[in-house]
Ligand binder design. Structure first.
Ligand SMILES: Cc1cc2nc3c(=O)[nH]c(=O)nc-3n(C[C@H](O)[C@H](O)[C@H](O)COP(=O)(O)O)c2cc1C
Length: 197
């Protein structure tokens, strides 16, 4: 069994000082398949999403919360593609992130996906603060989940967030184990600022 014993080895190498959850957040694939997340903690991380800002305070985010062992978890896991299927079954919770892209009057909500992403970002930072790890996924069959959960046409399934506790690297296929310890890279800050100082 191989655990990442020095978790600081995954910390962001920042060009300016950041708050601790942002330094420590990263997206693992090796989760402990026995670890549970207290329902109160799940509530707390969803509360973080609830308090995200959104266009005109429309709050166009919805979530399907699937705990490992539930039918919903199996449904979400079954919709995953390729390598995601190989690791995400060990997460304690899978949250399907859904955007309300059309309001109840039939009007488009052009900022819905942006707002959802921001709510998920808040959720991941709160989860990190709670001692959990998160890994967002785009590699899955969104249309399948839309149908399986019988969602209204106004909703779009956008992404999934896997949440859990760090686990054994040796449970991963070789290619994923290599990615799990590969250096974490980012573009330099200078490249991101298009104008101004
Ligand atoms: C919208 C979105 C989709 C993603 N899709 C996948 C995915 O399908 N599979 C996967 O292993 N990681 C996925 N990721 C995770 C990214 O690869 C990861 O966040 C990125 O490599 C940066 O690594 P870090 O989160 O550890 O800093 C996704 C992340 C986001 C935000």
């Amino acid at each position: 069994m191989t655990l990442i014993t020095d978790v600081t080895s995954r910390n962001a190498q920042t060009e300016a000082p950041l708050i601790t959850p942002l330094v420590e957040r990263w997206s693992p694939r090796a989760y402990d398949p026995t670890a549970e997340v207290d329902p109160a903690v799940i509530r707390t991380i969803l509360e973080a999403a609830r308090w995200a800002p959104s266009a005109n305070n429309t709050q166009p985010w919805r979530f399907i919360v699937a705990r490992r062992g539930s039918d919903a978890f199996t449904t979400v896991h079954d919709a995953m593609a390729g390598f995601n299927k190989a690791w995400a079954d060990s997460a304690a919770v899978l949250i399907v992130n859904v955007a309300e892209i059309i309001d109840t009057e039939g009007e488009a909500r052009p900022w819905a996906r942006y707002d959802l992403g921001q709510a998920v970002a808040h959720l991941t930072v709160q989860a990190q603060h709670e001692g959990l790890h998160t890994h967002q996924l785009g590699g899955f069959d969104a249309a399948r989940l839309h149908a399986e959960f019988d969602l209204d046409a106004r909703f779009e399934v956008v992404s999934i967030t896997a949440i859990g506790v760090l686990g054994d690297l040796d449970t991963l296929p070789d290619v994923l184990r290599e990615r799990e310890v590969a250096p974490r890279l980012r573009k330099p800050l200078e490249e991101l600022v298009l104008a101004g100082e």
